[in-house]
Design a protein around this ligand. Structure first.
Ligand code: SF4
Ligand code: SF4
Length: 305
């Protein structure tokens, strides 16, 4: 995959989830049959556009709520994984869906960004789903939010997952002083890249690929630089769309999510994740663990909290 590949994050109108995480606006919500049909139609249009653009792309579906319980998203992942100019196609999921469709994907391109929600599903049930991913040769990472009350469960999960599966920990950042130094070290034993996420990275005026070689797309084809800057820069279904892409410095103070700061020139997370940035799997994992000194240097540009 060449460096001029576009990195595209897609988020359609779907806004429902079968889980009930208390902090989430989509918890235990549902879409009507008509809304789901509309979402599927827009997804199909996006997939067709990707198939026809004939240029290298990397894709990540970042739905509101849970999308992979719907056949339309399973089929989209499978179809795009067989599209030669798609370098990688991944989707964020709580992994609660049936997995009878896994065989239809080319897992050299497809991957799953899975998240375990300890309050919503028992660890053993989540691990059983992971065993099914293993059996079908699926590539995937597993993530969890680093709440203190779940530390023991997170450590257990690390021990019970196959060593080749990367377990990332998202920092709880609402309280800037949430973790002690010892707790940070504890989480780094599980996820060596944790310090990079345990920061909001100063971004105002800094170089970022978002809006140039990376962008987000909604169900109407409207493109934005990223999920955190609402201005529309163009529409992918317009023929002049490529002309709307240009280098731009970031316009917000900080950037605190993996799906945002991965696009920044600094910290340069492609050093850590390479071509596996969207599926969130460090290069060489597990044989080559990211170097703590390098991670600390990458995290240093951030501001605590
Ligand atoms: S699984 Fe994700 S989308 Fe669903 S309720 Fe929990 S946080 Fe929200
Ligand atoms: S630094 Fe983050 S918020 Fe700023 S443009 Fe890039 S992705 Fe968006």
């Amino acid at each position: 995959m060449t460096d001029d590949a576009w990195t595209i994050l897609y988020r359609g109108p779907l806004s429902s989830c079968n889980y009930g995480c208390t902090y989430c606006p989509f918890a235990k919500t549902s879409n009507t049959r008509a809304e789901l049909a509309e979402d599927a139609a827009r997804l199909e249009r996006f997939v067709t556009w990707v198939q026809e653009i004939n240029r290298p792309v990397r894709l990540l579906f970042t739905p509101w709520g849970e999308a992979l319980v719907h056949r339309a998203y399973q089929q989209a992942l499978a179809t795009l994984s067989h599209t030669p100019h798609v370098g990688t196609v991944s989707i964020q999921t709580n992994l609660s869906c049936k997995l009878d469709w896994l065989h239809s994907c080319d897992w050299t391109r497809a991957a799953l960004w899975t998240t375990w929600h300890p309050t919503q599903t028992p660890r053993q049930k989540f691990l059983t789903q992971c065993e099914r991913l293993e059996a079908d040769g699926a590539r995937y990472s597993v993530g969890v939010v680093g709440m203190k009350e779940h530390f023991d469960e997170i450590e257990q999960l690390r021990q019970e997952l196959p060593p080749h599966v990367y377990l990332w920990v998202n920092a709880y950042k609402r309280d800037p002083a949430y973790y002690s130094e010892q707790e940070v070290r504890q989480l780094m034993d599980i996820d060596p890249v944790f310090p990079v996420n345990n920061r909001r990275h100063a971004s105002l005026g800094r170089a970022c690929r978002a809006g140039h070689t990376a962008f987000t797309v909604d169900g109407d084809g409207h493109a934005r630089r990223c999920h955190f800057i609402k201005d529309v820069i163009g529409n992918i279904y317009e023929p002049d769309f490529p002309n709307r892409l240009a280098p731009r410095p970031c316009g917000t103070a900080t950037c605190g999510c993996h799906i945002g700061y991965i696009h920044m020139e600094s910290p340069g997370l492609t050093q850590v994740f390479g071509d596996q940035t969207l599926e969130r799997i460090p290069l060489g994992w597990p044989h080559q663990r990211p170097d703590p000194a390098q991670i600390s240097a990458l995290a240093e540009g951030g501001v605590a909290g």
